[in-house]
Design a binder for this molecule. Structure first.
Ligand code: SF4
Length: 295
């Protein structure tokens, strides 16, 4: 479901997007500055990301009513796919997954469901920073239990519980849950029964691992329904307003001097911008304008 991305209207107006990835990057102010404010990212996606994108495309097309073959034909055209067999193997498990039916708002299927809600304005040094909360939910389902926000995760791991545990209390899910509940009437404005359930907290996130990628017996299996406690939900909403977003706007205003923040929190192993930050080597990286819906 494509949406319109707001754009700045003058030099004194900046649009700031907050998604789950940018919140995670906030753990290190340097990382947020390099990845989000300056827009550095890896030039070539590792193969597993390309397969992941192809599988998401396939799931989207199937949910929209396409048959297996046309959906597959389109999925394997995803840029970066080196081994089509991996995509065939991964998608073969889709029909056995017993996925819940996709919910609809105003007749539109809520698949690869993008949201972009206005949050607040902040003024720093005469510049207005207009903040939007954004994200993309792979699949939304609605049943008598409530609203399910399903996220497909491709993995090379073999163990289902290992994969689910890796996402236990992941920022992405708390972010999706909290935004879908707090802004239920904006996200689901085309269907009041979905909006009412989400607003009342009859709302869950759910991982659907697709694993092990690269193996012939790759399967899709729904993880448990998850929702935060009321306390955690309320705390997150409060912290978003009082701490996370105001801090992030100061980083956008470029008042931050790089200080190797993450080093002292041991966040550097695995950091995607460490060659730039720790070695000043931009090999294999490029600078592109940050797009909250693809990053
Ligand atoms: S390498 Fe370490 S200090 Fe530098 S951006 Fe990454 S996490 Fe932060």
């Amino acid at each position: 479901m494509p949406i319109t991305i707001p754009t700045p209207t003058s030099p004194a107006h900046k649009v700031v997007f907050v998604n789950a990835s940018s919140l995670k990057a906030l753990a290190c102010a340097d990382r947020y500055t390099l990845e989000v404010v300056q827009g550095w990212r890896a030039t070539i996606d590792p193969d597993v990301f390309a397969v992941g994108k192809a599988v998401h495309k396939y799931a989207e097309l199937r949910a929209l009513g396409n048959d297996d073959l046309p959906a597959m034909a389109q999925a394997i055209t995803t840029p970066g796919i080196k081994d089509k067999q991996q995509v065939y193997q991964a998608c073969a498990g889709y029909d056995k997954a017993n996925l819940p039916a996709v919910a609809r708002c105003n007749g539109e299927a809520l698949v690869e469901f993008q949201f972009c809600v206005k949050y607040d304005d902040y003024i720093i040094n005469g510049v207005t920073y207009e903040v939007y909360l954004t994200g993309r939910i792979d699949r939304v389902a609605h049943s008598r239990l409530g609203v399910e926000l399903i996220d497909f995760k491709t993995s090379r791991k073999w163990d289902f519980n290992d994969i689910c545990n890796a996402y236990d209390h992941d920022t992405q899910f708390l972010f999706y849950y909290s935004i879908a509940r707090r802004f239920a009437y904006e996200l689901f404005r085309g269907d009041m029964t979905i909006a009412n359930d989400a607003h009342a907290g009859r709302l869950f996130t759910r991982v659907c691992p697709i694993f092990p990628i690269g193996r012939p017996n790759c399967s899709w299996r729904l993880g448990p329904l998850w929702s935060p406690s009321e306390e955690l939900y309320n705390e997150f909403i409060k912290n978003l307003r009082d701490i996370y977003v105001p801090y992030l706007v100061t980083l956008q205003a470029k008042t931050h001097l790089l200080s190797k923040d993450g080093m002292f929190k041991n966040l550097c192993p695995g950091c995607r911008v460490k060659n730039l930050c720790l070695h000043e080597r931009p090999d294999g990286m490029e600078r592109v304008e940050y797009n909250p819906l693809t990053w």
